[in-house]
Design a protein around this ligand. Structure first.
Ligand code: IFM
Length: 456
C-alpha cells in the first residue's frame, strides 16, 4: 500500500514539475498581438520607371553587380498570389508602401488607375481579414521631384501633403487604420544627402538642415491631413514613423572616445527624427560640423506609435587605415550574409530605450529580419525565434509592444545590394518568379497560429 502511494505521489510530482517546466519554456504573446509581414513597393512591384531609384540603378557602379530592380517580384501583377501567401502565414496585418512615382508620375498629374490598383489591394486584404498598414515613403521619390532636389526642394512639403491626401481619399475612408509616413527617414537623409550613395546622391556631410526640416515638415503635414480626413469620417487612425534603430557600442566599453562616438552616432542615427516628431524641436549637433536647434510649428506630438525596424548591432572600433575609426563594425557574434551582426538582445535594448524616450507610446516592430540564403534556412528560423523571445520578455516586463512585422515575404530587390541578399520567408526564383516557402515560413506560420512557441 505504501509503495503504491509513493508511486502515485512520484507520478503526480513528475507531472507537476513537467508542467511548470513546460510553462517556463513557453514564449508567448498577449491576446490581440499583431502578426505582420512588411514589404516595400519598389522592392517587389516592378517597373517603377518614374522613380529616382530606377534612374539611379541605370548608372554603372551604383548597385552591386549592376543589378536593376526591373520587374522585381512582379507583385503588381501577382497581388492575389502574394495575398494567398500572407493568408497561409496567418498574419492579421500587412505593411506595404504605395509608390508615389506611380501615383504622381508627373507634377500634379495623378494616375487614377494606379490609385484604384492600391484600393483594390486594400479591399482584397480586408476581405481576407488582413489589416493594411500603409507606408507613404519607403525610400523612393518620383524622378521629377528628385530632379528638383528631392527633399531639399522648396515645394516638396506641399507636394507630399497633396500626395497623402490623394492616397487617403483614393483608398477611401474607414479602410486603413495604420499609417507610416516615412520608412527609415535618417537612412534616406544619410544615404541620399550626406554620403551620396543613394538618390539624389548629394554629398553634404552633416549639412542636412534643409532636407531634414522638409522631411519633418512633410511628416507633420501628412500627420495632420490624415488625422483630419479620418476625423471627418469618424475613423481612428494610428500614424507613426518606422525608424531603423541600431545598437551602437564601443568595442571596448572602457574606451571613452569610442563610447562617446557610439552614443553620438546613436543619438543622430536613431533618434533625431523620432525625437523631433515628439518634441517639435529639430536638433542635430556635432561640434565644429553642424548645429541645428529649432522649433517647427505643428510638429510636436505627431506620432501615435513608434515604428521600430531592428536588425543589428554596430560596433565602433579603430582601424589601421584612414579614416581610422569604423562605426559600422560587427561585434563578436556571427554575421548575416550582408555582414550585419546578429545580435538578438539588441531588440530588447531598443525597446527599453524607446520606452524611456516615449513613455506609454505603443511600439510596433515594423521590421525585423535577416539576409540569409543558406539552404537549410536554420539561421533565419533561429533569428526569428531569438528576437521574438526578447520581444515577449519585454512585453512581460510591461513594455507596450503591440505587433511584430517580419521583413519580408519573399526575396526581393535589396537596394544597393541588388538581388544578392535574400531576406524572404519565401525564396524567389529569379527566372520564373515562383515563391517557395522556406523552413522559416513554416516556423513563422506556426508561431502566428499559436501566438507563441515553446523553447526546446
Ligand atoms: O530591405 C530593407 C528595407 O527596405 C528597409 N529596412 C531594411 C531592409 C533590409 O535591408
Amino acid at each position: 500500500m505504501r509503495k503504491i502511494s509513493y508511486l502515485i505521489w512520484s507520478v503526480f510530482l513528475f507531472l507537476l514539475a513537467d508542467r511548470c517546466f513546460a510553462q517556463a519554456r513557453r514564449v508567448s504573446f498577449p491576446h490581440g498581438f499583431r502578426w505582420c509581414i512588411a514589404t516595400a513597393a519598389h522592392q517587389i512591384e516592378g517597373s517603377n520607371d518614374k522613380s529616382d531609384w530606377w534612374q539611379w540603378e541605370q548608372q554603372p557602379g551604383h548597385i552591386d553587380k549592376g543589378d536593376k530592380s526591373g520587374i522585381a517580384n512582379d507583385h503588381w501583377n501577382r497581388i492575389e498570389e502574394d495575398t494567398k501567401l500572407l493568408e497561409y502565414l496567418g498574419v492579421d496585418t500587412y505593411r506595404f508602401s504605395v509608390e508615389w512615382a506611380k501615383i504622381e508620375p508627373r507634377e500634379n498629374h495623378y494616375d487614377l488607375e494606379v490609385i484604384q490598383h492600391y484600393r483594390d489591394e486594400v479591399d482584397l486584404l480586408l476581405a481576407k481579414g488582413i489589416e493594411p498598414m500603409i507606408t507613404l515613403v519607403h525610400y523612393t521619390l518620383p524622378q521629377w521631384i528628385s530632379e528638383k532636389g528631392g527633399w531639399e526642394w522648396d515645394g516638396v512639403v506641399e507636394a507630399f501633403e497633396r500626395f497623402t491626401e490623394m492616397v487617403f481619399r483614393g483608398i477611401g475612408p474607414n479602410k486603413v487604420r495604420f499609417w507610416v509616413t516615412f520608412n527609415e527617414p535618417m537612412g534616406i537623409l544619410m544615404g541620399g544627402y550626406s554620403v551620396g550613395l543613394t538618390p539624389p546622391g548629394f554629398k553634404r556631410n552633416l549639412n542636412l538642415e534643409k532636407p531634414l526640416t522638409n522631411m519633418l515638415a512633410g511628416h507633420a503635414a501628412a500627420y495632420h491631413v490624415l488625422q483630419s480626413l479620418a476625423r471627418e469620417s469618424g475613423q481612428d487612425v494610428q500614424i507613426g514613423i518606422a525608424e531603423h534603430l541600431r545598437i551602437y557600442q564601443a568595442w571596448n566599453p572602457l574606451d571613452p572616445l569610442a563610447s562617446a562616438l557610439a552614443r553620438k552616432t546613436a543619438e543622430i542615427g536613431n533618434w533625431t527624427f523620432l525625437m523631433a516628431a515628439e518634441t517639435g524641436i529639430v536638433k542635430l549637433s556635432v561640434p565644429f560640423k553642424v548645429n541645428i536647434h529649432k522649433e517647427l510649428p505643428g510638429l510636436k506630438g505627431t506620432q501615435d506609435f513608434i515604428g521600430i525596424n531592428y536588425y543589428r548591432r554596430s560596433v565602433v572600433q579603430y582601424m589601421a587605415k584612414p579614416p581610422f575609426i569604423d562605426i559600422e563594425g560587427p561585434g563578436s557574434n556571427p554575421v548575416a550574409d550582408n555582414g550585419w551582426e546578429i545580435y538578438p538582445e539588441g531588440i530588447a535594448q531598443v525597446i527599453e530605450e524607446t520606452s524611456r524616450r516615449f513613455p506609454a507610446k505603443h511600439q510596433f516592430i515594423t521590421e525585423n529580419g535577416i539576409a540569409d540564403k543558406t539552404a537549410d534556412d536554420d539561421r533565419r528560423t533561429q533569428y526569428l525565434k531569438d528576437h521574438l523571445m526578447h520581444v515577449s520578455r519585454m512585453i512581460e516586463q510591461g513594455h507596450p509592444v503591440v505587433g511584430y512585422c517580419f521583413w519580408t515575404l519573399a526575396d526581393n530587390f535589396e537596394w544597393l545590394d541588388g538581388y544578392k541578399t535574400c531576406f524572404g520567408l519565401c525564396e524567389t526564383d529569379r527566372t520564373t518568379l515562383t515563391r517557395r516557402p522556406r523552413r522559416s515560413a513554416e516556423t513563422f506560420r506556426s508561431i502566428v497560429a499559436a501566438n507563441g512557441f515553446s523553447l526546446p
